[in-house]
Design a protein around this ligand. Structure first.
Ligand SMILES: [Zn+2]
Length: 575
């Protein structure tokens, strides 16, 4: 996860405010040309919104490190102030006029385009916005208090997951899986209301539906995203089917049933979005001898070696478990002036090695490396998929025994580690890619027509893309048991696009910097050429390029599914 915003020293605020006063007068009284008005708008934005963004980031950091109610209240208040500034209709009208005018400076035009989308999202009648927030909160609350009930026993989420990962008893698995889905009927009607309200917002802003609007705000179109997903579907179908056949054979043997009798509850999580852990691969053995503080040290050494140092980031970070603190991991650019921090809960195992490489990947793609000459509005990642992609590109090395050895870690059996790591990576990514197909296509259809038979549509997609068999006679709103559909609408596909970006950039580095033959297994240790490549080809443009132009700038090609598929094609029988 990544999150970003900005800082301004107080003396600079004074200067900008003064400038702003002068310029605003000019805008109000004379038909100043578009360039002057655009500059004034941007100055005003920096003076007013930049401090609010920094305040949000600091409040966000504090709430997540303490877990205190008052800190969470302060975080919400800071967010409301920022939203208030961005929802100003007069400012938006000016922005719209500027977006439609000819600006002589492309960098300025780009800033106006980025700001336009940022403000557009907030131009919603406040009554409608309140209804949406209330409805979404109601559903999220229902999710939070929901417990899967089996007999008179209530199971927490992790108890459900434990049964699905450990139980050998098909009927116990089925009972628990069905119980976990019963949150669907509890929230389905509210979710449909929420979808209709979100569609009202979209139509109010002149869009066909909310899915189209969300993609537009993120500089994407349904057509281009679907085209990529169709390509991905085509290229991953055969390797996915081969990998799934191996997994199914193992699962069927575990439960003593024929493969054709496998149903959704036989996989290890409620949606088959993760690879079931059936091959007894234990990568953690390589980390048993390490202390937990050796994980960030290894990361520091790695990033230093490729000339993207992160020692300052680690210094400001909050890295270990503590009561009240968020149990997750994230990276935040507090001020777009280099104050970049990571929150983590490190223990010495493969998961945290991978997660720290990931979060520090976000950290190096930030105001630490984007040139300070880049205007504030553009001094951030090009797109969520680009920063997730960079983070995922670096995270891959946690599964490479060769990389660990090159970093000085004692790995008991390197060959075995490489093999197990590659298989895990392959299974995880192929399975996740098929699950993302379901999410994207379902959400698109949901916003196009919330009144259609969504229960059937969900299982049609699950069967088609994930290769699961729907339970006989099942007619329930199982889609509504996935909280992301409520809380992060029309967003999930970006994780997949990030993986495509990660593979495409890694392949380019392997070819152009490392001159490696077998690019999927290529790794970087002590190669400053990698840092140079990342700075010039990926980081330097900041948000001055959109995600697809950045992909072209970095790799010479638009974003494609090809590199991702190439890594897994034909490898199903020899991971
Ligand atoms: Zn991330």
């Amino acid at each position: 996860m990544s999150h970003s915003t900005t800082w301004l020293a107080s003396c600079e605020i004074v200067v900008l405010t003064t400038m702003l006063t002068n310029v605003s007068t000019a805008v109000d009284s004379t038909p100043a040309n578009a360039d002057t008005r655009a500059r004034a708008f941007i100055n005003h934005h920096e003076a007013e919104v930049r401090p609010l963004e920094i305040a949000v980031n600091l409040a966000w950091w504090k709430a997540n490190t303490t877990g205190n109610d008052e800190d969470f209240a302060a975080k919400e208040e800071a967010q409301n102030k920022l939203d208030g500034a961005l929802s100003n209709p007069e400012r938006f009208a000016e922005l719209k006029a500027l977006r439609d005018s000819e600006l002589s400076d492309p960098l300025m035009a780009r800033q106006i385009a980025v700001l336009y989308l940022m403000y557009l999202e907030k131009q919603v009648p406040s009554k409608l916005l309140q209804q949406i927030t209330a409805k979404a909160n109601e559903i999220e609350k229902a999710f939070n208090v929901y417990r899967a009930k089996v007999g008179d026993r209530e199971l927490t989420d992790s108890e459900v997951r434990k049964v699905l990962s450990d139980s050998q008893d098909s009927s116990e698995r089925k009972t628990v899986w069905e119980a976990s889905k019963r949150v669907g009927p509890v929230v389905a009607a509210d979710l449909k209301d929420l979808v209709r309200l979100r569609n009202d917002v979209a139509r109010h802003l002149g869009f066909k539906n909310y899915h189209v609007l969300q993609l537009h705000i993120n500089e994407q179109s349904q057509d281009s995203v679907l085209e990529l997903f169709d390509e991905l579907d085509e290229l991953t179908r055969a390797p996915f089917e081969a990998a799934k056949a191996e997994i199914d054979a193992k699962l069927a043997a575990d439960y003593h049933i024929p493969s054709v009798e496998l149903r959704p509850w036989h996989y290890h999580d409620p949606f088959f979005q993760e690879a079931p852990s059936v091959f007894g691969t234990n990568l953690d053995a390589a980390f048993e001898k390490l202390r937990k503080d050796e994980i960030p040290k290894l990361c520091a050494k790695f990033y230093e070696g490729i000339d993207l140092p992160v020692a300052d980031v680690l210094q400001r970070s909050d890295l270990y478990e503590r009561h009240g603190k968020s149990p997750h991991a994230f990276c935040t650019d507090i001020d777009r002036e280099g104050d970049v921090r990571v929150l983590a809960n490190i223990v010495a195992n493969e998961y945290w090695m991978s997660t720290m490489l990931h979060e520090l990947g976000h950290a190096v793609y930030s105001s630490k490396t984007i040139p300070s000459e880049m205007p504030y509005v553009l001094r951030t990642d090009a797109h969520i998929l680009a920063t997730e992609g960079v983070a995922m590109m670096f995270e891959r090395f946690a599964k490479s025994g060769d990389w660990l050895v090159a970093m000085g870690v004692e790995v008991p059996d390197v060959e075995a580690y490489n093999k197990a790591g590659a298989r895990m990576r392959r299974d995880q990514l192929l399975i996740f890619s098929r699950w993302c197909q379901v999410m994207l296509r379902f959400e698109k259809a949901l916003y196009e027509d919330p009144a259609q038979d969504l229960n059937s549509l969900w299982w049609d997609l699950v069967e088609k893309y994930q290769g699961l068999t729907r339970p006989e006679g099942r007619n329930a709103p199982d889609y509504a048991s996935k909280i992301h559909i409520v809380s992060a609408p029309a967003y999930y596909h970006n994780y997949m696009l990030g993986q495509l970006f990660a593979c495409q950039v890694h392949r380019t580095i392997a070819r152009d910097v490392l001159h490696a033959n077998d690019w999927p297994s290529a790794y970087y240790v002590k190669d400053p050429g990698v840092g140079r490549f990342m700075r010039e080809r990926v980081f330097a443009p900041g948000r001055s390029l959109n995600w697809n132009d950045l992909t072209r700038h970095a790799t010479g090609e638009p974003l494609k599914a090809q590199a991702f598929a190439e890594e897994f094609a034909g490898k199903a029988d020899k991971p």
